[in-house]
Design a protein around this ligand. Structure first.
Ligand SMILES: Nc1ncnc2c1ncn2[C@@H]1O[C@H](COP(=O)(O)OP(=O)(O)OP(=O)(O)O)[C@@H](O)[C@H]1O
Length: 711
């Protein structure tokens, strides 16, 4: 009850009584009454003191001061260690042995032999010096005696000359006395400064050790100032070796420790490469290249970089990894405009030319050949997939021989500029659009088969089918009259089978398929379709398994990692696996920052492409022979009856046009009637169509049509 009472008691309390805390902390103190002054148990003071002590000890200023003290103390200790080691190494063969071990660990046997020989030479010279030392005292005594004799003789001679010159016999001893006076003065000076020298000497020595330690940053990492790990730290051999040592790979750590300063023997020259540097590292035996590859983030952080700023590839040389390390922040700089925009006279050559797509990380132009290669580009939503794919198509459009058939299953106008350039342009996300896109692909298959049967040697113009947002097609649930699904990846799936056929046989007759898809899964991008593309490119993706879907196992195992691109920040950066682009030997993929061509700029390029070719008439639906008006045909079939069963409509429709309605199902009927107000509905348990409603729709449609025509 005491607790409740105190909670409700609003009388002022002195700060050090802390009644509430005391009651809560120590329920054994018994109930308190409002009249009795609150008791202050001794434990609360102890708690307060401990708390104050802890606050003081953990305060940021205390910690900084502590780190400062430890750091500078450790500089002296570390400096002492370094000086001692240097002195020791100067007198012994340790240095040669260390270098020998380093060269052996790095697998460089020639260098090891060199160091071994140097060590032997050092030992032989040292032996000689020691032997010379045995006879040194006798030589020194002789030398001293001779020196003394010469000096005394010299002084005497000088005295004689002085005595003769001054005609004073006493001058004979003057030079000797002057020397004695000099010695006396020197002794006097030394006795005066000796005291302060002895007092200051140790401090000067400590200062020197501190200087050495500070220069070498010889203190534990946790006490070093933050700027020691400067974000923009330049990449030096010692930075790379330390980063490798601290990767957490046991044998690598041991090898680097054995090598000490000589760990840099593992590194090739550090070369400037675009907006970063590149260095090859020959790993010591016992360390596999993929062990380093797996630790990309740690390596990057050890190098004071972000993960996306370090690329690890495996070049041809055995046991070697190649690091490309970006200058801090350089990858976030925007890339200049595309040559398609800057050079208005640019034309393209499908067979021999290469599309200027962007720049690789080294800053070299990334040029890609599209000749006889199917293409697949994937990525998360809004990362620049359409722009990257469209940039390639726009370059191809500058070759007037190339024919395009485009289905954009998003349909918000990203491909609108291909109107008047492509022979087919389907734009929209509905099932109807998927059906049209499928038919477009099936037409490509027919054309491909026709070309395959043509006499050998026939030259074909390139025919490029482009399906953007192809995942919409694979996920389409609609089934045709023969119960064949448009979507899915079964042997009966129409889109899938058409894509497969083009993949299998289109290349040789220049019928190609370019597909763009989003956020790949096994369902929206079936395995066989993924693997049928010769050029596979990926923008930022969510996971490594998606990266494998996008680029294939080989590329990912070789270091391709679109899943490590940063969604939103790395827009337009693609990882490409293709034999159409120059990929450095031993690498499986290339990271390309693509030039961004906006929709407006794309329209400008498309206008130029259109001027290169005669007018192209673009079909917005695939031509299925005679043009029929399904609603009018349904109306005809309904005749005078006010309501007709849907089952009774299909047959007469087929009689009207076998070609158009022969394969129609109830679903097709429903599809054309959707949105008309005359959709089939249930009457007495069976689906019917109402004549009156359809009539009303047609009447309105015709009025609207003539009204808009009159405008
Ligand atoms: N190369 C690039 N460099 C910089 N920004 C780019 C680049 N490409 C695209 N972007 C930016 O990304 C946005 C999305 O581009 P785009 O429409 O091509 O993406 P997407 O992946 O096709 O998107 P979604 O498939 O979700 O529609 C663009 O509006 C543009 O701002």
């Amino acid at each position: 009850m005491g607790t409740v009472h105190h909670l409700d008691d609003h009388r002022p309390t002195t700060p050090d009584t802390e009644p509430l805390v005391t009651l809560v902390k120590d329920p054994t103190t018994g109930p308190t009454t409002p009249d009795a002054p609150p008791t202050v148990p001794p434990v609360s003071r102890a708690v307060c003191a401990a708390r104050a002590l802890r606050t003081a000890a953990t305060h940021e200023r205390t910690r900084t001061a502590g780190r400062f003290t430890v750091r500078h103390g450790m500089y002296v200790v570390g400096g002492g260690r370094i000086v001692a080691r240097r002195a020791w190494e100067g007198r012994t063969a340790t240095r040669y042995e260390r270098m020998l071990r380093a060269a052996k660990a790095a697998g460089n046997l020639d260098l090891a032999t060199e160091w071994e020989k140097s060590g032997q030479r050092f030992r032989a010279a040292r032996h000689q010096r020691r032997m010379d030392l045995l006879s040194a005292p006798v030589k020194a005594a002789k030398g001293a005696a001779a020196g003394l004799g010469i000096t005394a003789g010299g002084l005497l001679l000088l005295g004689i000359i002085l005595a003769v010159a001054n005609e004073n016999f006493a001058d004979l001893a003057t030079p000797t006395l002057a020397l004695i006076e000099l010695v006396r003065w020197i002794v006097l000076i030394i006795t005066v400064v000796w005291g302060p020298l002895v007092a200051l000497g140790p401090w000067a020595a400590l200062l020197a050790l501190w200087g050495v330690g500070r220069h070498q940053q010889a203190a534990p990492q946790w006490v070093l100032p933050a700027c020691a790990a400067d974000v923009a730290a330049p990449i030096t051999p010692s930075v790379v070796v330390t980063a490798l040592r601290d990767l957490g790979i046991g044998p690598l750590r041991t090898a680097v420790k054995e090598m000490g300063d000589a760990g840099a023997a593992m590194l090739g020259p550090i070369r400037i490469a675009g907006c970063g540097v590149e260095v090859d590292i020959t790993l010591p035996s016992g360390v596999a290249t993929n062990e380093v590859q797996k630790r990309r983030r740690k390596l990057a952080e050890n190098l004071a970089r972000h993960e996306h700023e370090v690329f690890i590839t495996i070049p041809q040389a055995a046991r070697t990894v190649r690091l490309w390390i970006a200058d801090s922040g350089a990858l976030d700089e925007p890339l200049g405009p595309s040559p398609l925009m800057t050079d208005t006279t640019l034309t393209a050559d499908y067979a021999k030319g290469k599309a200027p797509w962007g720049q690789d990380l080294r800053g070299d132009a990334a040029l890609i050949s599209l000749y006889q290669r199917h293409m697949l580009i994937t990525g998360l939503s809004n990362q620049g997939k359409t722009a990257a794919l469209r940039a390639l198509a726009l370059w191809l459009a500058l070759d007037p021989r190339v024919e395009f058939r485009v289905a954009d299953l998003k349909g918000v106008g990203d491909w609108g500029m291909f109107d008047g350039l492509a022979t087919v342009l389907i734009q929209g996300p509905t099932d109807d659009h998927v059906i049209e896109a499928t038919e477009m692909l099936e037409d490509l298959v027919k054309e491909m088969e026709r070309r395959i049967q043509a006499p050998s040697g026939t030259v074909f113009t390139p025919l490029i089918g482009i399906v953007d947002e192809a995942q919409v097609a694979f996920m389409c649930p609609v089934v045709d009259g023969e119960k064949r699904p448009y979507g899915g990846s079964k042997a009966t799936s129409r889109y899938f089978m058409a894509a497969r056929k083009i993949h299998n046989q289109g290349r040789a007759v220049d019928v190609l398929l370019f597909q763009g898809t989003q956020d790949p899964t096994d369902q929206n991008l079936p395995k066989l379709v993924r693997e049928g593309a010769h050029t596979r490119a990926s923008l930022a993706l969510g996971t490594e398994s998606q990266a494998r879907m996008a680029l294939g196992d080989k590329a990912v195992d070789g270091g391709a990692a679109p899943n490590l691109l940063r969604p939103g920040l790395d827009k337009g950066t693609v990882v490409v696996a293709s034999d159409g682009i120059r990929i450095p030997a031993g690498q499986a993929a290339l990271t390309v920052r693509t030039h961004y061509i906006s929709t407006d700029d794309a329209a400008e390029i498309a206008t130029r492409a259109k001027s290169l070719r005669g007018g192209v008439t673009t079909l917005h639906a695939v031509d299925r022979g005679e043009e029929r008006d399904p609603l009018m045909d349904v109306m005809t079939v309904l005749g005078d009856a006010s309501r007709v069963l849907t089952t009774d409509v299909l047959k007469p429709l087929t009689a009207l046009s076998e070609d158009t309605y022969g394969k129609w199902s109830h679903l097709d009927l429903k599809r054309v009637l959707d949105g008309t107000g005359a959709e089939p509905y249930k009457s007495h348990g069976r689906m019917v169509i109402d004549r009156e409603r359809l009539f009303r729709h047609l009447a309105n449609r015709d009025t609207d049509g003539s009204a808009s025509a009159a405008e």
